[in-house]
Design a binder for this molecule. Sequence first.
Ligand SMILES: *Cc1c(COP(=O)(O)O)cnc(C)c1O
Length: 403
Amino acid sequence: MIPFSPPHIDQKIVDEVSKALLSGWITTGPRTKQFENELTEYIGCKKTICLSSATAGLELILRWYGVKAGDEVIVPAYTYCASANVIMHCGAKPVMVDCNAKDFNASVEAIRAAITSKTKVIIPVDISGYPADYDQINALVHEPRIINQFVPETKEQEQLGRILVMADAAHSIGATMNGKQSGNLTDISVFSFHAVKNLTTAEGGAICLNLPEPFNCEKIYNDLNRMSLHGQSKDALAKTQIGNWKYDVIEPGYKCNMTDIQAAIGLVELNRYESNLTRRKEIFKQYVDGFRSKDWAIIPPYKSEGKESSYHLFLLRIEGIKESKRDAIMQQIFEAGVSVNVHFQPLPLLTAYKSQGYIMSDYPEAWSKYENEITLPVYFDLTDDQVKTIISVVINSIEKVTR
Ligand SMILES: *Cc1c(COP(=O)(O)O)cnc(C)c1O
């Protein structure tokens, strides 16, 4: 069986994790700080904080910005549940928008139509690693009419004076847009280092801060660190200094810090990330070449409009088929020894959101993307021979089912 997305764990990672384990410091400490600094340098953002997951990062920022019951947050219907769950955690309302026709990301026109005086945050998602339309979204939140509608209710909201744009960049570390790295494309971006993502720490995530003046990203970094550690005024490492045991709890905070064991994996992963991206790009190219001649193949966008993907997922679509045919094709592919997936089941299909009154037919583009989509494996250790096998298995399965 060709697996879908195994982690690339080698002796180098085992060695660095061992060093962390034997160092006498296993929770948040020097390795986490180093990983944050190296990420900041790689991304070119103002400041980075590492956490236990992307989900924790997305929620922490909503909390930091004061999102609460009665507020609205705009999120695509076509995403993983985490993007919207965090809005629910804050008691706010996820306002879902449909996809573009040209790609899997949120439609800017749909976002514009969804904005009300209750909108506090927009969460674009870089589906499969292809950046959302940040030029238009960043411009949109600066339009005088949109700014005039904005009702600030906290110090942070007053300071920004407009809707916050927080990228769910879970898929897109290493992607670029107009020569800038993902993580540096809008106010705030959140990466995931979950086991299946391009760059992993087993579980983990990071917030990249890029807020404009007069925000002080150093100070916000300290605030977020405190929020991620029960609101404690000193972290465990600071408390180890002689005579420095006493601390206060400033607010009832959360608990979602990254450990140095995770950071040890992340440091190795980041160090060799360019070769990981290069390999992913080669695999993408082989898929594109393998399917291009098929009249049923809809190739996912990966390099256009000044954007280049992080090549996280290959979202193949099959022209003219319905959900049941897609499922039958996937069954054939699995039976031939290849693991595939669907990214994503749009949120209105899921019980948690269906039961909130979201209706799939309100998002026709998302449905049309979902019903004929099959995600193919992309990862560093996938060999050229395996890619060839996947291409022929997929072609055979499609031709068998649709014949
Ligand atoms: C994986 C994923 C997340 C959540 O990441 P975690 O690190 O597991 O919390 C959020 N959004 C999207 C689009 C994802 O694919």
